[in-house]
Ligand binder design. Structure first.
Ligand code: CTP
Length: 426
């Protein structure tokens, strides 16, 4: 049996005093408006697990926008409202709080965004994904700290179970397939048996999810501490193949993601870097399929394409003694993230060093003289200006010259030779 917990005390213990105070005030205000107010969802789950989560989601049986407007008057914070869904976001100092009107949802067709109707807290909790996310804590004075748990969320939390509420949950919203794996791996829980059966049955429903929503799920996974665990599990259950049949969530990914975290520390690796590593084994054609499957923005798409292009240059980069100028020419057009991905994957120490040399130094090498400077020094305008600047750049990359003075000396030397009848060396 669950032991009795004083949820008011739990809130005070785990949340910053500013937020605790805000919830008191909000509860009192809702009361004076004759409305019931609740803290819901992920934050309640995390309170019970004693894990930090300051993303407050409040649900009111009443009018969320009006309540939020009244609360902004007190906090002098910023408010953003979405009248279509009757929700509001409050922001002040570093805090951001979502306030929603309790609602029920109906799905016109699988994967569509739901139609919403104002409703009770019970309906609001019943529309949610997993039992562990269907708990609420009442905030009104007199009831402050009372847990509402109609679906056995607390018991599932104790048994470390991810369980959906009804058979059509994944059909209604197949993004929950990805969410289930994300919670399971983040919390080290397990999928309840029937939930797992239905999840696997409904894998084809992932086709009903738009590319943008699928990409959002991938971004959420890549914000997890260990995204490779989610991809590995997705591979085991056949979910990853629905994203692209050639993707693998195996040991390669674990090793490379860990390596990426070490290299990027203290920052976490970017979404693009994780995605480039995930997509590394794909062919150019498969990369294009993945790009459209996720409707990737231009720069992310370029990173994936570049990753493959750089992969095809690894043999040239692995040649010992390849000059800095040649390294620059091989890598100049590619996104730094694609280069990082390749340096994480390559087995060749020479190629890895070449990429680091490019990223840490060569990419920033610039010639000090401009075309105008060259003309002023006596070089005739025309295509040779660009050619000479290119030669200076190569000389600088290869360490033959370093300063502006060196560049001027070279030009002067060439001009002297020209006057003597010779042209600059090609
Ligand atoms: N939710 C849902 N179905 C979805 C997305 C969200 O039922 N497809 C519900 C869940 O009850 C969830 C709440 O909406 O708790 C808020 O969503 P989100 O912020 O994504 O969930 P959190 O649990 O706060 O997630 P996280 O811990 O990853 O921030």
């Amino acid at each position: 049996m669950s032991k009795r917990i004083n949820f008011g005390k739990l809130i005070e213990k785990q949340l910053p005093p500013e937020l605790v105070n805000f919830m008191w005030v909000a509860g009192e205000m809702a009361n004076s408006r004759g409305e019931k107010l609740y803290l819901v969802g992920g934050v309640v789950r995390d309170l019970l697990m004693e894990q930090a989560n300051f993303d407050l989601d409040l649900v009111v049986e009443g009018n969320a926008i009006e309540l939020a407007q009244q609360l902004t008057g007190i906090n002098k914070g910023k408010i953003t409202t979405h009248p279509r869904f009757n929700t509001a976001k409050l922001q002040w100092h570093d805090w951001s709080i979502d306030l929603a009107t309790a609602r029920s949802e109906t799905y016109a067709k699988p994967g569509a965004l739901p139609a919403v109707t104002p409703s009770s807290i019970d309906d609001d909790l019943s529309r949610r994904d997993f039992t562990i996310n269907t708990m609420a804590i009442r905030l009104n004075p007199g009831y402050y700290g009372k847990l509402v748990d109609p679906h056995g969320g607390r018991e599932d939390l104790q048994s470390k179970r991810i369980r959906i509420l009804h058979e059509k949950s994944f059909t209604d919203d197949a993004t929950r397939i990805w969410r289930a794996l994300r919670y399971e791996q983040r919390l080290s829980f397990h999928l309840e048996r029937r939930t797992q059966t239905l999840l696997q049955r409904d894998i084809p429903m992932l086709e009903t999810i738009s590319a943008d929503r699928t990409r959002y799920e991938m971004e959420c996974i890549c914000k997890e501490k260990y995204p490779e665990k989610v991809f590995n599990r997705a591979g085991e259950l056949g979910v990853l193949a629905a994203l692209h049949p050639s993707l693998k969530g195996d040991g390669f990914l674990k090793e490379k993601f860990e390596h990426a975290r070490q290299e990027c520390s203290p920052e976490p690796p970017s979404f693009d870097l994780y995605l480039a590593l995930l997509a590394y084994p794909l062919t150019a054609e498969e990369i294009e399929q993945l790009i459209s499957r996720l409707n990737l923005p231009r720069l992310s798409a370029k990173t994936l394409r570049d990753t493959i292009a750089v992969k095809n240059k690894m043999r040239s980069l692995s040649t010992p003694g390849v000059s800095p100028g040649a390294i620059y020419n091989l890598l100049r057009d590619f996104s730094p993230t694609a280069l990082e991905a390749n340096s994480l994957v390559t087995q060749s120490a020479v190629a890895g060093q070449a990429i680091h040399l490019f990223l840490n130094r060569l990419k920033d090498v610039q010639v000090s003289l401009t075309g105008d400077d060259l003309i002023q020094m006596g070089i005739a305008p025309g295509p040779q200006i660009k050619e000479i600047l290119g030669l200076l750049h190569q000389a600088k990359l290869n360490g033959k010259i370093n300063t502006r003075h060196d560049e001027e000396e070279i030009i002067k030397g060439w001009l002297a030779q020209q006057q003597g009848g010779t042209t600059p060396p090609a």
